[in-house]
Design a protein. Sequence first.
Lengths: 257, 195
Amino acid sequence: MSPVALRDNPKRELWLAWGATVFFYNLYAVVFFVFTHIQPPGQPWYSPDQARTWFSHHHDGLLIGLALIFVFGGLSATSIALITYSIRRMSVSRAFSYSYLIIYSVSAVPGFLFICVALTAGAMRPDRSPQLQHWLYQLGFLSFSGTMGVFLIGSLVWMTAILLDRNGVFPKWFGYLNLCNALTEVVVSPSWIFKTGVFPWNGLIAWWIDVFVFGIYTGVFITLLRGFIIREDFGTGPLPPAPHWRFWATEPAEAGS
Amino acid sequence: MTTQQAATPTAPPARHVPGQPDMWFFVLFESLIFTAYLGVYLYYRAQHQQAFLQAQSHLTLWLGVVDTIVLLTSSWSIARCVEQARAGRYDVARRDAYITAAFGVIFLVLKVVEWTRQIHLGNTFSSSDFFQYFFFLTAIHFVHLLIGFVALGILVRQLSDVKLRSQELVETCATYWHTVDFLWVLIFAVLYVAR
């Protein structure tokens, strides 16, 4: 596509939001899994001294990684915005898109930002008393894993919108995948109770299986959002079918171009 | 064109899965998730077999059997509901849907009774490894069943309103109900029966 065509492309902003979404989730994966080792989470049964040692061991990674999150974390808004836009394009009430937008914006505070603030505070003052470091350690991981349930209603709102939609914005099976994702988010809640076994914040059921499902869910919705942008005709009726159901599908050529 | 039309009546009708094919994606994915849960349970059970067997002995097997019979009967009535809807007997189909819901309610009541009994015996969510799995698996299944009542509500509305009526949606809701039943049979076999 030539620069002139790109400038005139009404989908430019949508592609920008989609690219920012892809960038954010890649950054999230690299920072949380590689730089900071926040994921998989540290042991829930750590004593105050062990929690303090954990902060010392991860000091540099936490500061660099979470600094990147504080700079670029706001890009998480692009995926919420794009999903909200997609719901607006459906044949359902706007109440769905507003609900989704508000729920996910509010949920991001306990479900995403608390852990960044708590662990940064722990890493920035490693000489603090072990009890206080332990408190920050637990606040960070419990707020991150234990509050996944707040995303439950958001997933159900998206699911309901997809199932009611007559414009074919997303396939119905993705609506049901939202239900699967919502149900696994409930499963994390026992992490408030347990420190060992399969249900604490790093447990096989409460964390590993859920992250696996969430990974599939995220990959699927990013791919489907791409397909949605390709099909978007800025009308109000049913979306045209995808030109090619391939991930590398290109946009259909404009008539007369 | 005429030749083609003459040839088509002999062709067998196109085969398709009941309801929306999309619902079968849910069935497959949710079955995989439950397989993972049950796989984790069986793995840890193999590590601590004596402790699990000892805790499992507190379960009332006959109550699990009654639960299973109740849900299997509900599956039978929802299957009848689909059959009646296919035949255009919507009033009878609606009655079968209400019967299904009644069996669902009986199951829920039995489950609450069983949980209460276990808690009175001192077997809580955090009292032992086995009861962690017991309460988790039965509770997550309970949530699935509650969603099943939403599906039944949609089904009854489809059957009641001539303008809305969609056989595909009726079958989709029934498929969801069967899935809940199927997941219970897995849980029953692994939690109550396997020794």
